[in-house]
Ligand binder design. Structure first.
Ligand code: CA
Length: 392
């Protein structure tokens, strides 16, 4: 399934890629389109390099082939193999197949695997500011995160942050706005959060701790059983597409929105620095290009699939869809600012936080009169007969 889907997708990409565009943004990574940058008569005079091949291992924090999260690195492997005519082959391992989910960072850092795919906020125990490269409560959306990364200096800061760990990071997917999570009682005011043992990684977990909840971080593979057996009282995971795949509706009753804690969770690809440097320039360009393509593709998949999954949850599984009350959201927003300030534990963390905040402020100002104004106008003037209204 992955192969045929990936091939169709690769074909679309080939018609899409425009050389001038590709050259311009590859330059941002210090790369060139190898073999394409010389006129044909000059390149013909160059010696043909030996067809060196590379076989890489990629470990992930996701269950094998989980929709979107788990299939993103599989698509990346297909794309890289096709683009490189088999010169760079990547074998993908799911959570626990080679290393446990939360061992991915260390495994790639040590060179036990050439690549990893996961989310930077899983590493905030050792690098608090890393959470900013996944998502920030009440922070930037997927569109805005991609802009900060690729046109606002975010990627360069991320590379600097990971350099001491021998890692090269790249954006490699985005969930878009997530859901606030699954509960077995209604959340009517902030007191309903108190004492709640809830799975919530990243800075959002620190925010609910401040409201008297007890945030727990666990990989996706452990969530369903933990909720069903009462090890946790509530959980967030991603959104309808992934939550339906996990069967979370069988363990939770109330499904809350909006995902204030993850307004656009960016996934990361990490590459061991020596492995990255060992690639010839054309394979490096292929890897970077393919990862950037998968970054967008994953968001497209979530956007396309979430509403159908939500409809299934509500209509076939009688899930109770709820919006978090405004006063609860207000308290969560207040708590988020203090938590965000807490990541500035050293000089580079301060620079990253300042960059994030500055970009967020600026993009939010413009989006107030563009994206936000448009969506408000569309909702006010057009038909809005989505699942949310019917079920909410
Ligand atoms: Ca999540």
């Amino acid at each position: 399934m992955t192969r045929s889907g990936g091939e169709a997708w690769v074909g679309g990409l080939e018609t899409m890629v425009h050389r001038k565009w590709a050259t311009a943004w590859l330059a941002a990574f210090g790369l060139a389109l190898a073999g394409c940058s010389q006129p044909a008569d000059e390149s013909a005079e160059e010696a043909t390099p030996p067809a060196q091949t590379f076989e890489w291992t990629l470990v992930t924090t996701w269950p094998k082939n989980l929709p979107a999260l788990g299939t993103a690195p599989e698509k990346l492997a297909v794309l890289v193999r096709e683009m490189s005519a088999g010169r760079l082959s990547i074998k993908v391992y799911g959570d626990g197949e080679l290393v446990p989910a939360f061992g991915v960072f260390d495994a790639v850092s040590a060179g036990n695997a050439e690549m990893g795919h996961g989310a930077a906020y899983y590493w905030r125990g050792k690098l608090p500011v890393a959470a900013l490269f996944t998502t920030v409560p009440f922070g930037m959306t997927a569109q805005e995160m991609n802009a900060w990364l690729h046109y606002g200096g975010g990627l360069e800061l991320w590379q600097e942050l990971y350099a001491p760990f021998n890692l090269v990071p790249m954006a490699a997917g985005n969930s878009g706005v997530q859901m606030a999570g699954w509960f077995n009682h209604e959340i009517n005011d902030v007191t309903d959060m108190q004492g709640l043992k809830m799975r919530m990684p990243g800075l959002g977990g620190a925010v609910i701790d401040g409201l008297g909840a007890a945030a727990v971080t666990m990989p996706g593979s452990e969530i369903f059983t933990s909720l069903q057996t009462g090890v946790i009282d509530a959980t967030e995971w991603v959104g309808p597409y992934n939550d339906l795949a996990f069967g979370l509706h069988e363990a939770g009753t109330y499904y809350y929105y909006p995902g204030w804690h993850e307004p656009g969770a960016m996934l990361e690809a990490i590459v061991n620095k020596e492995a990255y440097d060992s690639l010839p320039p054309d394979l490096r360009a292929i890897l970077v290009t393919a990862t950037r393509a998968v970054n967008q593709d994953t968001l497209d998949e979530f956007t396309a699939r979430n509403n159908a999954a939500l409809t299934t949850l509500v209509r076939e599984h009688n899930v109770q869809l709820r919006r978090l009350p405004d006063d609860v959201l207000a308290r969560l927003r207040e708590g988020s600012e203090a938590v965000l300030e807490g990541v500035a534990t050293d000089e580079i963390s301060r620079r990253i936080l300042d960059s994030y905040r500055t970009f967020h402020d600026e993009v939010q100002s413009y989006h107030a009169i563009s994206e936000q104004a448009y969506i408000n106008a569309r909702t006010a003037t057009g038909p809005n007969a989505g699942t949310t209204d019917e079920a909410g």
